[in-house]
Design a protein around this ligand. Structure first.
Ligand code: FAD
Length: 484
């Protein structure tokens, strides 16, 4: 029995077999499963549904409560050759959590317990299905913080954040999700349970934990994670600087990061983003690129000193000091963009890109990608393109273009063609200018065709060998990450 051919009788058998593992109340058949789990939060999902198409085609949904149950489900699916798609919060925007080839949707939201809090090492072993916001609230009650704040914190799970190699708004100080992780528990595609080494800095061969982070469900199911915690910050200092052009803002960011400073937030908005997006949210009129800065920590003197140096570097690059109020307003309103009336909705077409490069290339990447997106869309569509640089590293930064078209083509085929053309032209332009095709949203279905361009034949072959070795029957997320 293979998932491509599941008949009604097959599905009934699978429902019964999975019920034996997790209990009938934790299994949904195709009709109910497709009603309750319509797909991730990408425009691809919304437009497909609006045209009467099913974006996530699972035949069965199963909701395990323990690692043992996940292992039994994977062993069963492997033996029966049924494809499996892990599903966290479903907040991805690349189509990765959509079961586009049918089979089993593995809903991991029921695995949401804290297994162990180690206050001495300031680490916590937490199950994969815990929602980021809820986990943070649980920690905050104990004056602790996970410091991973994706804009999707309300929906994203810890496991999904690892699987997609996500990033939070304070990543410039605390790092991306991969920097928060010590070790993981993973169920392999054939149903074995793996615990990676207890700490991430070691000399015991290649780092298995890091190999599995970002695997988007293709190499195994992450069931539990040991993460690093911090004390809650007691002081925050905000700043806002207007630059005469984007290059001056990039230079300021570069000089801050290469000096070893780590403001928690450093967000450089290009002129359209500053004028139409940030300005509206914080109640300001901006007519040039703007950078929001925030430093935080537990010791006032360190936070003040860091902010002083960061602000002086901004001034050295010609930044006009606009005071603290817009930074404070941004912090208070940082989630408003994702709710009405700011959140995009059909008939609008919307998509974002997020590509990353070193300081030598990031300026070129911005200009090449911006040009490619404008050229890909006929001016009659009145596209809005707003770009900001939201995550900074010691060696570079990333750009986050947001594309909004008030009304896309009427037919699904034409709309998808326009969407795919924008993604293709922007991705190729970014790659040619020296970027890596994704910073933190992951690959999913949208970027799968570009993985070979990114990794080359040898790199892709290496990844495929690992996939085939772990998943000989190709049942876990087939096709995702461009893997066969
Ligand atoms: C409004 C909005 C704002 C966003 N802002 C951010 C942001 O600031 N930063 C950011 O990084 N992302 C952001 N995202 C994208 C999204 O929230 C992230 O990709 C998030 O990490 C996905 O987590 P999830 O639990 O929803 O995973 P899903 O969408 O459910 O799954 C994502 C992928 O991971 C796999 N997967 C899920 N759980 C597991 C597991 N336990 N084991 C193995 N594989 C698994 C799935 O099969 C799929 O391939 C945003 C999305 C939206 C809609």
């Amino acid at each position: 029995m293979s998932s491509a051919e599941l008949s009604v009788t097959d599905i009934n058998n699978v429902v019964n077999d999975l019920s034996d593992i997790v209990g009938a109340e934790n299994v949904l058949d195709r009709e109910e499963g497709q009603k309750q789990f319509t797909g991730d939060m990408s425009w691809i999902t919304d437009i497909s549904i609006a045209h009467g198409q099913v974006a996530s085609r699972q035949d069965v949904v199963v909701s395990p409560r323990s690692t043992k149950q996940v292992a039994a489900i994977m062993a069963y699916a492997n033996k029966s050759r049924i494809s499996v798609t892990p599903y966290g919060g479903g907040s991805g925007v690349q189509g990765a959590a959509n079961a586009d080839r049918g089979g089993i949707l593995l809903n991991l939201r029921g695995m949401d317990k804290v297994r162990h809090l180690d206050e001495q090492s300031m680490t916590c072993d937490v199950e994969c299905g815990y929602i980021c916001k809820d986990f943070e609230a649980w920690l905050n009650e104990r004056k602790l913080s996970f410091t991973h704040y994706p804009a999707s914190t309300e929906w994203a799970t810890i496991g999904g954040s690892l699987a997609a190699r996500g990033s939070g708004v304070l990543s410039t100080k605390y790092g991306k999700i991969e920097d928060h992780v010590l070790s993981i528990e993973l169920v392999t595609p054939t149903g074995e349970i793996l615990n990676t080494p207890a700490v991430p800095r070691h000399g015991a061969g290649p780092e298995l934990t890091q190999l599995l982070i970002g695997s988007e469900g293709t190499l195994g199911v992450i069931t539990s994670i040991t993460v690093q915690l911090r004390n809650l910050p007691t002081k925050r200092v905000f700043g806002c600087f207007a630059f005469k052009d984007l290059e001056a803002g990039i230079s300021a960011g570069r000089n801050i990061m290469t000096t070893g400073l780590h403001p928690a937030a450093l967000r450089l908005y290009d002129e359209p983003a500053a004028r139409h997006s940030l300005g509206k949210a914080v109640g300001a009129t901006f007519d040039s690129p703007v950078m929001i800065v925030m430093c935080e920590g537990e010791y006032d003197s360190i936070v003040d000193a860091e902010a002083d140096v960061v602000f002086s570097i901004c001034r050295e690059q010609g930044g006009k000091d606009l005071g603290s109020q817009y930074g404070e307003a941004w912090w208070d309103k940082r989630y408003v963009y994702y709710y009405p009336p700011f959140a995009p909705a059909l008939p609008m077409m919307w998509l974002t890109m997020d590509v990353v490069a070193d300081f030598t290339h990031i300026g070129d990447v911005y200009h090449a990608t911006t040009k490619a997106i404008h050229e890909a869309v006929d001016p009659s569509y009145n596209m809005a393109l707003h770009t900001h640089f939201s995550h900074w590293y010691d060696w570079g930064s990333m750009i986050y273009p947001r594309i909004k078209i008030p009304k896309g083509p009427d037919s699904l085929k034409d709309a998808m063609e326009l969407h795919d053309k924008i993604v293709k032209d922007a991705t190729n332009a970014a790659l040619t200018a020296g970027a890596v095709i994704n910073d933190h949203h992951g690959v999913g279905l949208r970027l799968a065709p570009y993985m070979k361009d990114q990794l080359g034949d040898t790199g892709m072959g290496m990844l495929q060998s690992i996939k085939t070795g772990l998943d000989p029957n190709n049942i876990l997320c087939p096709g995702k990450l461009g893997l066969g």
